[in-house]
Design a protein around this ligand. Structure first.
Ligand SMILES: Nc1ncnc2c1ncn2[C@@H]1O[C@H](COP(=O)(O)OP(=O)(O)OP(=O)(O)O)[C@@H](O)[C@H]1O
Length: 225
């Protein structure tokens, strides 16, 4: 395996002066290509902050951040947006689907916006991903008519649309019942194994974490295990 990304000595401080909160305190982490890792740690330990930085949605106060050989600290906003669109997918606890759009429209919408139109290859990729998520029968159903677990599977398909090397998932099963959570994890595992997509999944659930080959524990703003 080779390094997909590495962060070193990450510090993130929110606010200034007496109100300053140092959330990350010199965190270092390396993720190899093809890993499937759980991100664990108590509430407030900095998991979401770390995922936001790894997703290039926010820069750290200081530290190094390299992914696919690119120095993301030096990159400007435009370069970061391009990098993120090409290489990183996101799944959140709340799926954020557009309620009046169908499952397929939700999956291809971000790509269609970026490309300025809906292309036939994008529709084909969207259909294929939804079929792999077990949603072949639901492709043209509006998002509102889907169950919580089905919506989250649409969100996973959306994250995979551009074949990202890295998917960051912030408590993707936090809002699901056990059966739906396991289905989502099975599909993630399958994509990880078949396509070599790297997943970093934050969770409070030990059962979910145990399905990942690696467990990364964050405590007090650093990796503790
Ligand atoms: N934009 C912000 N401004 C100020 N403080 C923030 C901001 N974002 C996060 N924090 C603080 O940083 C700390 C870590 O938050 P973060 O959401 O990263 O933790 P977490 O480990 O993901 O927690 P949880 O498991 O509850 O989701 C918290 O104390 C939070 O209040």
């Amino acid at each position: 395996m080779s390094a997909l990304l590495e962060v070193r000595d990450l510090v993130k401080t929110f606010g200034t002066g007496e109100a300053a909160t140092r959330v990350l305190r010199g965190l270092s982490l390396r993720l190899e290509t093809g890993e499937m890792a759980a991100l664990l740690g108590p509430s407030g330990s900095g998991k979401s902050t770390l995922l936001t930085i790894l997703g290039t949605l926010m820069k750290p106060t200081s530290g190094r951040h390299v992914m696919l050989g690119e120095d993301l600290i030096a990159a400007d906003d435009r370069a970061l947006t391009e990098f993120r669109n090409a290489h990183i997918g996101f799944v959140f606890q709340f799926h954020n689907l557009l309620p009046d759009f169908t499952a397929l429209e939700n999956v291809i919408f971000p790509t269609a916006v970026r490309e300025g139109r809906e292309t036939a290859p994008a529709r084909a990729r969207g259909r294929d991903l939804l079929a792999r998520m077990g949603l072949a029968e639901r492709i043209n159903f509006p998002a509102t008519s889907l169950s919580g677990g089905q919506k989250q599977r649409v969100a996973v398909a959306r994250a995979l649309m551009n074949s990202p090397e890295l998917v960051l998932a912030d408590e993707p099963t936090g809002n699901l019942d056990r059966v739906s959570a396991m289905q989502v994890m099975e599909l993630i595992t399958q994509i990880n194994q078949e396509e070599g997509t790297t997943f970093l999944i934050s969770t409070h659930d030990d059962k979910i974490a145990s399905l990942c080959r690696r467990q990364i524990v964050v405590g007090d703003g650093m990796v503790t295990g």
